[in-house]
Design a protein around this ligand. Structure first.
Ligand SMILES: [Zn+2]
Length: 98
């Protein structure tokens, strides 16, 4: 699946150089005690190496909207697209745009 997201570049740990990364449309949710991490996974266009962009880090579960939490768990297409077009979110994760 390829989502219509902003084009981003990032130094790839697989290729060892800057590459285009593609929004995979998949979220990763990691609940650890009373803290939750949520990432949106991008993949290197060249080698498929993954790059996790943090949406929430060490967040109390009560601070995450219950509806959103379920959408993360379901890898909701619309929500992945929303983050893929959220310039502030991409910048926070040190995405490059050219
Ligand atoms: Zn790569």
């Amino acid at each position: 699946m390829s989502l219509d997201s902003i084009k981003v570049y990032h130094r790839c740990g697989g290729c060892g150089k800057k590459q285009a990364f593609i929004n995979s449309g998949k979220f990763r949710v990691n609940a650890n005690g009373n803290r939750v991490d949520v990432w949106l996974i991008y993949r290197c266009k060249n080698c498929k190496h993954s790059w996790n962009l943090a949406i929430y880090e060490r967040m109390r579960p009560s601070k995450i909207k219950k509806d959103d939490y379920e959408l993360f768990m379901e890898n909701d297409y619309e929500l992945a697209l929303k983050y893929g077009n959220d310039i502030d979110f991409l910048k926070r994760n040190n995405a490059e745009f050219s």
